[in-house]
Design a protein around this ligand. Structure first.
Ligand SMILES: [Zn+2]
Length: 337
């Protein structure tokens, strides 16, 4: 990928201003804006289609001023595409076009608020067919998890592709082995907006129904067992996965995605659980990510369903509708991902 970088620098001359400087850098469809403050000031971030607002808990600039961010080099986002307005205790960044995503993070020292806005034309979804190659997943009555997950993932891919509303990618489109880390690496490299890992369940009991998981370090005994099974390794309950992604927000949005999917697939079968657990495949993704267990191949009734093309089509359609709903309502309204 070619990056067109542009660096802009604003020195606000008033000494009483807490905003020390504002810089921006643009590459491809993204723009990043840095606000450097002389000291920490609490703020609220909100984003609404074309406008990003930062409301500070106190005055950061003595006067209202418009900051026209100037272009230095070429990027898809240029100086005329946005402007920032400073109003005492508020900064509003107004864009000409709707952004597809807006998010922020904070660097504590020197205190910087870093805002990213993206203008992708389409949302990007990554569908992950669980297991593959040397890892068959669960095998029962001649059915292999890796085959069912691939079939469903490919159908979901086709369904999403057909509408033309999304850019969709599969982590694998054939029977190959992929490490769990590779799957999340694909998702992150594509800067996806949602990641769905497809799996099939098994149980010694006659359990049936869907289970949907998101990544969490807090979990029930049962969810932990499922995570161990899907991770393919035994891990201690106290061994936490350490990563520097702001996990609360991601956990929240992933839970929301899980609930949205549950709200549609429950028309086909019971959703037994929506829970958090330390799934490796979900641990490294930046976007809302869920792992869906499509049913139990150990249950004769569900095994029959998972072989039924008509049922699979219905299931795929429900998941597709749920993803679309999640992207359109949640992702846009709360904008910051
Ligand atoms: Zn699995």
């Amino acid at each position: 990928m070619i990056f067109h970088a542009l660096f802009l620098l604003f020195l606000l001359r008033e000494n009483s201003s807490i905003i020390k400087d504002i810089k921006s850098i643009g590459f491809e469809d993204y723009v990043r804006i840095y606000l450097e403050l002389k000291e920490k000031v609490d703020f609220n971030f909100s984003a609404d289609k074309k406008t990003i607002s930062i409301l500070f808990s106190r005055e950061v600039s003595p006067t209202k001023k418009i900051i026209q961010i100037k272009d230095i080099r070429k990027s898809k986002i240029t100086n005329s595409d946005f402007q920032a307005e400073l109003q005492k205790n508020k900064i509003e960044i107004k864009f000409k076009n709707n952004f597809s995503v807006a998010r922020y993070f904070v660097i504590p020292f020197p205190y910087k608020i870093i805002i990213d806005a993206g203008f992708k034309e389409k949302e990007i979804e990554v569908i992950d067919a669980g297991h593959g190659g040397k890892d068959p997943g669960t095998i029962f009555a001649g059915m292999r998890e890796k085959d069912i997950t691939l079939l469903v993932a490919k159908k979901l891919y086709e369904e999403m592709k057909k509408t033309g509303k999304f850019d969709v990618f599969l982590t694998r489109d054939k029977d190959v082995f992929l490490e769990l880390e590779e799957r999340s690496a694909i998702a992150n490299a594509l800067e996806c907006d949602a990641f769905i890992s497809i799996h099939v369940n098994s149980s010694k009991s006659q359990a049936k129904g869907f289970e949907i998981y998101y990544f969490s370090q807090k979990f029930s005994e049962y969810a932990f067992k499922i995570a161990q099974k899907e991770n393919g390794v035994k891990m201690g309950k106290d061994e936490s996965i350490v990563f520097n992604i702001s996990s609360d927000f991601r956990e929240d949005s992933s839970k929301k995605l899980a609930k949205t999917i549950a709200g549609h697939i429950n028309k086909l079968n019971t959703v037994r659980r929506i829970e958090g657990a330390p799934f490796y495949v979900l641990a490294g993704t930046f976007c809302p990510s869920v792992l869906v267990e499509l049913g139990f191949i150990t249950n004769p009734e569900e095994r029959k369903k998972l072989k039924d093309k008509n049922y699979i089509s219905q299931l795929v359609e429900k998941i597709y509708i749920a993803i679309e709903e999640f992207i359109n309502s949640y992702l846009y309204q709360n904008s910051y991902l």
